[in-house]
Design a protein around this ligand. Structure first.
Ligand code: ATP
Length: 235
């Protein structure tokens, strides 16, 4: 098991949002979290990432209890978080964004090699490396955020709403990139509001409601589930 979450409770100040969440990610899996607005999906990712400290429960990563570790410490272990929306530095150039993302690697052969891999995956970046990131389209910004995965080669990526605000064709492109990275052995725990798309690219998924995991199955099983269809797939 790569990640195991047991009876996780967490929230903001004295408001509890997660009331005992259990889930797991096996090596090589894409696991999707779906559920209504406010169910606590992003809160699960923030807690696993280390931005929030759980009040109860355990987060086990590669057999180690990392429940109270900082995002930086988890990053070193190969667990990274790509939040939704503003996940790049708009006033910095593309190259500066990539350098910051990979600051631990910079200056050695690995950085140059991995930068070349980023440019291989996203060839349009080559001509814009010195342009400010704020000039990029929504899809290009998301690609820049995903470049962090190619640079850092983490074991598990916590990915919040990769399709947020993107046009359908761009969403297809972003999900193909995620699947290509997954085929290189990188696992994902992903929150996706577009449940149909999220489930169709995922090996397994969980439905989160009111801060608890209510239902689980393979992506294909949940796509066929009547209740999931009625509530999350528009019938
Ligand atoms: N920083 C915060 N301080 C206080 N409450 C918060 C904070 N962030 C989120 N919440 C509350 O926590 C609850 C769960 O939010 P969360 O973002 O985890 O839900 P979600 O399932 O990801 O939904 P959405 O799809 O709307 O993002 C919501 O009621 C939200 O208002």
């Amino acid at each position: 098991m790569l990640l195991e979450i047991n009876n996780l409770k967490a929230g903001y100040g004295n408001i509890t949002i997660l009331h005992g969440v259990n889930l797991e990610v096996n090596p090589g899996e894409i696991v999707c979290l779906i559920g209504p607005n406010g169910a606590g999906k992003s809160t699960v990712l923030r807690t696993v990432a280390g931005q929030l400290t759980p009040s109860q429960g355990e987060i086990i990563f590669e057999g180690q209890n990392v429940s109270k570790e900082s995002p930086e410490k988890k990053g070193v272990k190969g667990l990274i978080f790509i939040p939704q929306g503003e996940n790049i530095f708009p006033n910095l150039s593309l190259l500066e964004n990539l350098e910051i993302a990979a600051f631990a690697l910079k200056g050695n052969d690995t950085y140059q090699n991995r930068l070349n891999q980023v440019l291989g995956s996203f060839p349009w970046m080559k001509d814009r490396l010195n342009r400010p990131a704020k000039e990029l389209s929504g899809g290009q910004r998301q690609a820049l955020a995903l470049s962090r995965i190619i640079l850092l080669k983490p074991k598990l990526v916590l990915l919040d709403e990769p399709s947020l605000g993107l046009a359908p064709l761009v969403v297809e492109d972003i999900f193909s990139q995620i699947q290509a990275m997954n085929q290189q052995g990188i696992s994902f725990l992903m929150v996706e509001q577009n449940a149909r798309k999220g489930l169709s690219v995922s090996h397994r998924a969980y439905v989160l409601e009111q801060g608890k995991d209510r239902l689980t199955g393979t992506g294909a099983e949940l796509l066929c589930d009547q209740r999931v269809q009625d509530l999350y797939l528009g019938g």
